[in-house]
Design a protein around this ligand. Sequence first.
Ligand SMILES: Cc1cc2nc3c(=O)[nH]c(=O)nc-3n(C[C@H](O)[C@H](O)[C@H](O)COP(=O)(O)OP(=O)(O)OC[C@H]3O[C@@H](n4cnc5c(N)ncnc54)[C@H](O)[C@@H]3O)c2cc1C
Length: 438
Amino acid sequence: MSREHVAVIGAGLTGSLLAAYLGRRGYRVDVYERRSDPRVTGAERGRSINLALSERGIDALRRIGLADQVLAGALPMHGRMVHPLDGEANFQPYSLAGDRAINSIGRGALNDALLDAAEQTAGVTVHFDHPLTGLDPETGTLGFADGTQAKADIVLGADGSGSAVRGLLLAYAGERFDETVSFLDYGYKELTIPARDGEFALDPGALHIWPRGTSMMIALPNPDRSFTGTLFWPMGGTGSFASLGSPAAVERHFRRHYPDLLELIPGLADDYRHNPVGLLGTVHCGPWQMLGRVALIGDAAHAIVPFYGQGANAAFEDVVELDRCLDATGDDWAAALPAYEKGRRENSEAIAAMALANFVEMRDKVADPLFKLGKSIEHTLERWLPGRYVSRYEMVSFSTTPYAEVRRRVRRQHQVLAAAGLLAAAGLAALVGRAVTR
Ligand SMILES: Cc1cc2nc3c(=O)[nH]c(=O)nc-3n(C[C@H](O)[C@H](O)[C@H](O)COP(=O)(O)OP(=O)(O)OC[C@H]3O[C@@H](n4cnc5c(N)ncnc54)[C@H](O)[C@@H]3O)c2cc1C
């Protein structure tokens, strides 16, 4: 039986992994990428340099034998190192025993490894310098910026948060397609903390956070012993990217809010001036597939804010789910694509909400003594009730429990704890009452 011809739009993290998976299933896959080959030209400035890969992403890589190779270049981060404005930095482990870690990995190296894997898979061809500009969902005809055309039976849009495929589906379907892109009034900018005397300037075993209430900076280690720091600041108002323009104003702001970083970032003025401010938003859209032949995947379907470190991890789970649906339907795309959407939509909504909530936790709550107390109570409960009480972070980052199930389970755990607290309080009140009336 001849297999459908598949076009994947975008050779970023999702598109490259997807092409490798589909090639393994025996499909002829043409991947069309807007950019030139990053393995030749290097990474684009302004895209995040590194990212945290955790169990969901690793699981997707493991299934096609790539996990060990990718993790060989990763740096495990076992917890958060919180740098308050006053006082010593403090380490908060991610897991009860402190043994679990998320992995800092170079985006460029990961993308290169996935591109290599895709191209080494029989049937996969990657076409660089091919920005998609047109799509007829009914015939699968694709148009590119240079006026050329191609055709495919199945078209999968893995072209990121500003997806052209999504825009073309909207143009085709009009009111039958919903799209909302909600931008935060925060942006991000990257700064480099170089190695000092050839060594890491900070502990490389942690994700570093400088929480400052309404804004923050984080830093993740790189294999060359530098750290990439990311400022998450408001776009406008006091202490914002808009208000801090001159090198003197930036230095004053750092001296006041991040004094320890002034010494660690010798190139602050230069990085600040040259590195762009990126936008942060959440994409909600639907349906993710039309006519059983065109679908969206990864950020194109559900870009989220980066505060849970899950965007790429969730995108890789999409690929696993689509592969599973193709298995379950005997490669009947008209059945597999709706099943894929059904399997992933609720979960992507759940991680989108958790990622937004985690921004407040990271920029504000982690510095609060009550938050730290809450975390140690949580770890104690995990010790007392192994497998029955599991923290949200543990389930999101160190398991493949569906995100929506994580939310439900956390809600149930909180309800049980609240009920137990009420019972304990009632018992205490009864005891006190009895003692008083004796
Ligand atoms: C600051 C920041 C930090 C992050 N940190 C993490 C993290 O720690 N952990 C994590 O899991 N996720 C993280 N993410 C999210 C992660 O980067 C994304 O979820 C991931 O890159 C999605 O991959 P993608 O392939 O779907 O989209 P993209 O990476 O955006 O790739 C899309 C590809 O499509 C191409 N393309 C676009 N338009 C066209 C077109 N018209 N024609 C052809 N090709 C096109 C692009 O050139 C690109 O190569 C972070 C994101 C940001 C912004």
